[in-house]
Ligand binder design. Structure first.
Ligand SMILES: Nc1ncnc2c1ncn2[C@@H]1O[C@H](COP(=O)(O)OP(=O)(O)O)[C@@H](O)[C@H]1O
Ligand SMILES: [Mg+2]
Length: 851
């Protein structure tokens, strides 16, 4: 940065502002542009892909102010915060320098503008604090007004927090240094999320519009989080504070999905995109609220049987009543994002189009009432809920309908927002404006007749405004009531009281119209704001309607059936499918499979070749549970789901490498988390656990994990373990509740007599017998020479060992020590190695044996 004495006043002003807002990218208003300087400019030019220029040696880049929203949204999506610095003074006075200040801070967690948000995604600002034994959190979606808090006093390992963050996928997180360190070390926050260090707001002063003291008893950390978050929002968007009222939510009311499960099951995104996810597959919702609610339900399946059945019944009723669905869809199509519009109404940020959208949305009240008259029994509890609000909705709809033009301009200042007939004064002003020439012509005729001056005419100039002009020759006839304004060579100009009044009306009509429209618009907005509570719960009910009918539609489209749900330990389904994988394959080519866990079998060990369908089989079990417990039908011929409390998965290690830990370390961390926190009600998916280390290590660990999870007298978590360690199939012989399955393949000879395999994707009882690795390698296009060589090696190995490499042995330990290293020793051509090479080989073997 330059020495301050060399700086221009402007740059000094900039530096001053920037130094107080180091964590913001400052959008510094200069005329029609927002300029960024220095490090901000470098960062912004990279994020926005715009050119970097210079100003007095300082890097700089800029964007036109009218297109700023687009650029701001890009910066926010990178997890950065933007400070909007506007010219606030008049720019007069000695310095001629506009006074400037930050008028608004836009952060990823506090945006409300539609064009900076994704319509069907909640945008959470989360505040988290840990304490000695547990943690508390507040989650706020400022754009919709959703605000809840929770606390777990007894969760030293922060497992619950990790699950919660995985489900919320926050846009921004507030925390203190201690919490940040703990959360970071356990990799709970992806790097792209904005984190802000804030001091704890440890007041016991609860805002008067919040739930009473008793709710917060023993919820100190949760309250601190709520107060801290509100304080932060209040600084950035002061209007919000009173609109946000928290409720306490017990996290343990929902099925816990760990971070690995949310990601690898591809519930709401696949490699970062919505497409390819379960949510995308299921989403036929019509309203933005419906889309968000669906996502929310997928990530937060229920645990309470009665609650699940309540949802299931609604879905079932829609399923049985296709007409109800069709007719509802038409009504919902007119409803825009009421939740987000109401947030902007509440903060005074709503524009004309917001209110026009609201008008259209609320205009459905009549159709909705009719629909409930006809189909109310489909959603009994929503009927009461919505009908109890319908008079308020109707009143507001009438107000909006009479007040707001259906297709108004974007900005209030463009005018033409308030409808004709809404306000007499406004109509009058508009008439005045429109009739100005007529009124003047009338005045002119009247004055001519009164004075008998035939040359009298009415004119206008910018200096004197409206005037009456009389030619010099006739000026003698001018009455006393005229006031002379100007004398020309052959004419005199006058004004009269009446002309002045008309002039006033005309000249100021436009300005008055604008002012009046603005104030009328504001009063409508304020009136709406008084009903924000009703409107929000109306929006919520609409969202639920949307999701129920949507799930019924999915059941039809994807051929789902209604599962039996109870409190048992059973997880059983016939002809179960993975809906997302199925949708990607040609029609009818997905192979359904049965599953039966929790009865005789506690743990299934599934072996089989790569690409055999093991992982898909594991995942579809989890998807079954999630769908069932969110209230949906499921992709199976029949299904019985005993309520599951947690789904924990250890699938695919590759992606975590990016976060800076070794694959194996990540794998073991996640596995230890599973072992530490599973309960008899949990479903655990272990996919190739142990792959990240040497074979011996891997087998031993996988073996020990399975034994750990096994509960000989029942009451163990349900486990599906896919593995390519054939050795694990021995567990079946030792433990009654462990059962072997394999992904079936068919071996056949092709035209050239080469043996090939076909994947059948059928998961069958019993251990398979071979690892088909070489065949898979062949299918994957390994060079023929490699395949031939591999086949030769395996043949030699088998011949030398006198048995198949992967044959079962009674004692797994014996099997281990008869394997790879011994085989390698046997293979060494002692005539062809130098003593040095031999020594190196021995060292290498020793290392592997000792590792
Ligand atoms: N039940 C099935 N029916 C049809 N195709 C399947 C089935 N299961 C898996 N597949 C196909 O096989 C591929 C590999 O499946 P996957 O479960 O990943 O194999 P594995 O885990 O055994 O290596 C999938 O991407 C899918 O295209
Ligand atoms: Mg797999």
């Amino acid at each position: 940065m330059q020495e301050s004495k060399q700086l221009t006043p402007l740059m000094r002003q900039y530096n001053d502002i920037k130094s107080k807002n180091t964590d913001l990218i400052v959008f510094f208003r200069l005329g029609d542009f927002y300029e960024m300087f220095d490090s901000d400019a470098r960062e912004a030019s990279r994020i926005l892909g715009i050119a970097l220029t210079q100003r007095g040696g300082v890097p700089m880049c800029g964007v036109p102010y009218h297109a700023a929203a687009n650029y701001i949204s890009k910066i926010i999506k990178e997890g950065r915060k933007v400070g909007i610095c506007e010219q606030v003074g008049t720019g007069e006075g000695k310095s001629k320098l506009f006074e400037r200040k930050i008028v608004r801070v836009i952060t990823p967690g506090t945006v409300i503008e539609d064009n900076m948000l994704q319509s069907n995604v909640s945008n959470y600002l989360v505040c988290v604090f840990t304490d000695k034994k547990g943690w508390g959190a507040a989650a706020i979606d400022v754009s919709t007004g959703e605000f809840w808090v929770t606390e777990q006093a007894d969760d030293i390992s922060l497992n619950g927090l990790s699950c919660m963050l995985a489900a919320l996928n926050p846009a921004e997180i507030l925390l203190d240094k201690i919490t940040l360190d703990r959360v970071k070390s356990s990799m709970m926050i992806p790097g792209s999320v904005a984190t802000t260090i804030v001091p704890r707001e440890e007041s016991s002063q609860i805002p008067s519009n919040w739930p009473s003291q008793s709710v917060w008893a023993g919820k100190k950390t949760a309250l601190t989080c709520a107060l801290t978050a509100i304080k932060y929002i209040n600084v950035n968007e002061p209007g919000f504070k009173d609109l946000l009222i928290p409720f306490y939510k017990e996290i343990s009311d929902y099925l816990a999905l760990d971070e690995n499960a949310v990601r690898t099951l591809e519930l709401v995104s696949q490699n970062g995109a919505r497409k390819g996810s379960l949510w995308h597959l299921l989403d036929f919702t019509v309203t933005p609220m419906g889309g968000r609610t669906l996502k929310n339900w997928i990530l937060n399946p229920l645990l309470n049987l009665a609650d699940i059945e309540k949802r299931q019944n609604c879905v079932s009723n829609f399923y049985d009543n296709p007409l109800a669905y069709e007719e509802l869809k038409v009504i919902l199509a007119d409803i825009s994002d009421i939740e987000r519009i109401m947030s902007r109404v509440g903060t005074g940020n709503a524009g004309p189009r917001d209110l026009a959208g609201l008008a259209r949305s609320l205009a459905v009240h009549g159709a909705l009432k009719n629909w409930f008259d006809k189909y109310g029994a489909v959603v009994p509890y929503l009927k009461e809920n919505i009908l109890s609000k319908i008079t308020v909705i109707e009143d507001l709809a009438n107000l909006l309908n009479s007040a707001i033009e259906p297709n108004p301009p974007i900005k209030i200042s463009d005018g033409g927002i308030i409808k004709q007939g809404f306000n007499a004064e406004l109509d009058d002003l508009r008439n005045t404006k429109n009739n100005s020439s007529k009124t003047l012509a009338e005045l002119c005729e009247r004055e001519k007749a009164k004075t008998g001056i035939s040359t009298l005419k009415v004119g206008f100039n910018s200096v004197f405004g409206y005037y009456i002009e009389v030619s010099k020759g006739q000026s003698g006839k001018v009455p006393f009531s005229y006031t002379r304004k100007q004398t020309l060579t052959n004419a005199e100009r006058f004004i009269t009281e009446e002309l002045k009044e008309i002039e006033d009306k005309i000249l100021h009509a436009e300005e008055k119209i604008l002012r009046l429209e603005t104030s009328l618009f504001d009063s409508v907005r304020k009136h709406l704001a008084e009903h924000i509570g009703v409107m929000r719960s109306f929006a919520k009910a609409i969202a639920e309607l949307d999701v129920y009918s949507n799930l019924a539609h999915c059941a039809k489209v994807y051929k789902f059936t209604k599962p039996v749900i109870d409190e048992s330990n059973i997880l059983k389904a016939a002809d179960l499918r993975h809906p997302v994988v199925e949708a990607c394959l040609p029609l009818g080519s997905f192979v359904p499979n049965d599953i039966d866990l929790g009865g005789e079998t506690q743990i299934s060990v599934i072996t089989g070749p790569n690409m055999g369908g093991k992982s898909v089989y594991l995942k579809q079990a989890a998807v079954l549970v999630i769908l069932a417990q969110m209230g949906s039908f499921v992709p199976a011929a029949s299904a019985h789901v005993g309520i599951v409390d947690k789904i924990m998965t250890r699938i695919g290690a590759q992606d975590a490498i990016a976060m800076g830990q070794s694959t194996f370390m990540v794998e073991m961390k996640e596995t230890s988390h599973i072992l530490a926190s599973c309960t008899p009600k949990s479903l655990i998916l272990l996919d190739e656990v142990g792959r990240g280390t040497s074979t011996f290590d891997g087998i031993s660990i996988a073996w020990a994990i399975t034994e750990f999870l096994y509960k000989p007298h029942g009451g163990g978590a349900k486990v599906l373990f896919a593995t390519h360690y054939f050795e694990l199939t021995d567990l079946e012989n030792k433990y009654k509740g462990i059962k072997n399955f394999h992904a079936e393949v068919q071996e056949y000879k092709d035209a050239d007599g080469q043996s090939k395999i076909a994947f059948l994707y059928k998961i069958k009882e019993g251990a398979g017998d071979k690892s088909y690795g070489i065949h898979v390698g062949e299918l994957a296009g390994l060079p023929a020479t490699v395949i031939v060589r591999a086949k030769k090696v395996i043949k030699d190995l088998e011949a030398k060992k006198g048995t198949s490499v992967s044959k079962k042995e009674d004692d797994i330990v014996g099997d281990l020590f008869s394997s790879p290293i011994v085989e390698e020793i046997k293979l060494v051509n002692t005539d062809a190695v130098t003593p040095m090479q031999a020594l190196q080989m021995i060292l290498e073997w020793k290392k592997r044996i000792n590792s």
